[in-house]
Ligand binder design. Structure first.
Ligand SMILES: [Zn+2]
Length: 199
């Protein structure tokens, strides 16, 4: 459509999740007229995210250090582990202020179409963690869509023989979407009303 640098930028933006060709074009032309100071801030932020952000060695959440701030927080309850797909789900649940336990980020969900099976997810480290005697409950908080449901069902079976409570979020979340699409009140309620996965 365009030539040179502006088309390259549109192409790169269009590869980002959730950004279609029209949005890519709109953002590219916005950046073209943006104050150079703001543009430098954006450049720096992009560079820093690659240089500085790590994944927590315990839970897989994004972290500024070897461990994330939640795993490092002594006030958080080690007895409950909430299993989510992505770091953004941790952020969504944190916003509800309903949960004071720890997290485990799988790094995705089971999706045969995309070639993602259990082996591609951080399930082995989860099993290591729940083998610790202080862990009493695992909350399966995967997305309320096909892949999320498949993942939760798989984990429910896998955890059946462990001596702990396995729970799923209460229904009422918008079906088919991501956990993050639920508003804080709805997500908070789903958390408070969680039920046993083995019933
Ligand atoms: Zn962590």
């Amino acid at each position: 459509m365009y030539e040179g640098a502006i088309q390259d930028l549109i192409d790169e933006l269009g590869r980002l999740p959730g950004i279609g060709p029209k949005s890519a074009q709109r953002i590219a032309f916005h950046l073209l007229t943006t104050d150079p100071v703001d543009l430098t801030k954006l450049q720096t932020a992009l560079q820093r995210v690659k240089d500085e952000v790590r994944f927590c060695e315990v839970c897989g959440n994004v972290a500024g250090d070897v461990r994330c701030r939640i795993c490092n927080d002594p006030r958080r309850d080690d007895a409950i582990i909430c299993v989510v797909e992505e770091p953004k789900d941790v952020a969504a649940i944190e916003r509800t202020r309903e949960f004071r336990g720890k997290y485990h980020v799988l790094g995705g969900a089971i999706s045969p179409i995309d070639g993602i099976g259990p082996d591609q997810l951080r399930i082995a480290p989860l099993l290591t963690r729940i083998a610790e005697p202080e862990v009493r409950e695992v909350i399966l908080a995967t997305d309320p869509n096909l892949e999320g449901e498949a993942t939760a069902t798989y984990l429910t079976r896998l955890l059946k023989d462990f001596d702990l409570r396995v729970t799923r979020l209460a229904s009422g979340l918008p079906v088919g979407g991501d956990l993050e699409y639920a508003d804080e009140v709805t997500l908070g309620r789903a958390f408070a009303g969680r039920r046993s996965a083995h019933d």
